[in-house]
Design a protein around this ligand. Structure first.
Ligand SMILES: CCCCCCCC/C=C\C/C=C/C(=O)SCCNC(=O)CCNC(=O)[C@H](O)C(C)(C)COP(=O)(O)OP(=O)(O)OC[C@H]1O[C@@H](n2cnc3c(N)ncnc32)[C@H](O)[C@@H]1OP(=O)(O)O
Length: 300
């Protein structure tokens, strides 16, 4: 099924028609076949699977800034679902193929001047991405090799472990307040689970974008490495996590994340309606338009 058709299906049903995000059987170790590498790709995400290691790398490739458009979100979910159902894959490293940018967050153009139906479709896709990634049975490591505001930061926060490249130009954080919008409760819950309530409270109110050292200091990322070592370090961390039995790690992850996941699952439609009412306000539309203009002016 093509991405737009899948997106429509997600909009109707609220889930991808590929399988279930919930109640999956625990993953089994990969079969002892000869070492093999596989790659598959769609327009937005490149996936390389090293079957001998049981590890895939998902590279975002949606230039100029890997914004999370409806197409991106749909293709991200399809790629993740494929890996989730692949017994040869036990872990996934998320990174970017676009230099200097991990992801610029939700595509603002999807939230400006569109119909109510479009907002609903878009928001269900954002929810789906988070539900699938946060509940993934695989080990998920974010190799943050560029700036990562708002929705980009959410992707990193949703992983099990975050490693960021030490580059003074890169920043990360939930900066929604700077756009005049509010981080949804499940963005906030994910953030609180990583950095704790006090840090999350001030960082969210200020819409802070943190430099790499600051992000490390507040626990938003687990470690910093020189850019050229990021890939190797992500691979080493992955090996460490995969050394444990899958079932124990998976059950522990579920135990730690269940309350936050259940909260969105229980209020999914209400959350869509809240998003629509909020984003449709003329004052919010004006803030988003001004923010986009500011981005464009910054260039000239
Ligand atoms: C009461 C409760 C109710 C609850 C309701 C909840 C509602 C909450 C709704 C949504 C949550 C929102 C989450 C988000 O993720 S919003 C997105 C936030 N993102 C940002 O603020 C990042 C903005 N971008 C940047 O800061 C920079 O672009 C950069 C650092 C990522 C890269 O800088 P640089 O390399 O200099 O590139 P440019 O700035 O020149 O950008 C290139 C090009 O890309 C366009 N662009 C950038 N970011 C986005 C984006 N997020 N969406 C769409 N387009 C983007 C930019 O405008 C340029 O375009 P061009 O001029 O046409 O080339």
């Amino acid at each position: 099924m093509a991405a737009p058709a899948l997106a429509r299906c997600m909009a109707r049903t609220g889930v991808l028609p590929l399988g279930q995000a919930w109640g999956r059987a625990p993953r089994l170790p990969p079969s002892p076949l000869p070492a093999q590498r596989r790659a598959f790709s769609n327009n937005k995400v490149l996936v390389e699977l090293d079957e001998s290691a049981g590890v895939a790398t998902m590279k975002f490739k949606s230039p100029p800034v890997n914004s999370l458009s409806l197409d991106f979100l749909t293709e991200f979910c399809i790629s993740l679902e494929k890996l989730e159902n692949d017994r040869a894959c036990r872990g996934v490293i998320l990174t970017s193929a676009v230099p200097k940018i991990f992801s610029s967050g939700l595509d603002i153009t999807e939230m400006c001047g569109k119909s109510t139906e479009h907002y609903a479709e878009f928001w269900r896709a954002v929810q789906e991405m988070w539900l699938r990634l946060y509940s993934s049975n695989m080990v998920t490591v974010a190799a943050v090799n560029g700036s990562s505001p708002a929705g980009g930061c959410l992707i990193a926060l949703t992983c099990d472990y975050r490693i960021m490249a030490e580059n003074p130009k890169f920043s990360i954080g939930l900066n929604e307040a700077q756009l005049g919008i509010v981080a949804p409760f499940w963005f906030k819950d994910t953030f609180v689970n990583v950095v704790g309530h006090r840090v999350a409270e001030s960082s969210l109110q200020l819409g802070s974008l943190h430099s790499a050292p600051e992000a490390h200091r507040i626990g938003l990322v687990d470690e910093l490495v020189p850019e050229e070592k990021l890939k190797d370090r992500a691979t080493a961390v992955m090996q460490q996590w995969l050394a444990l039995p899958d079932h124990a790690r998976q059950l522990t992850k579920t135990m730690m994340r269940k309350a936050v996941l259940d909260r969105l699952v229980a209020h999914r439609e209400e959350d869509v309606q809240n998003f629509i009412s909020f984003i449709s306000k003329e004052s919010i539309q004006k803030s988003l338009r001004m923010y986009m203009e500011m981005l464009k002016k910054k260039k000239s």
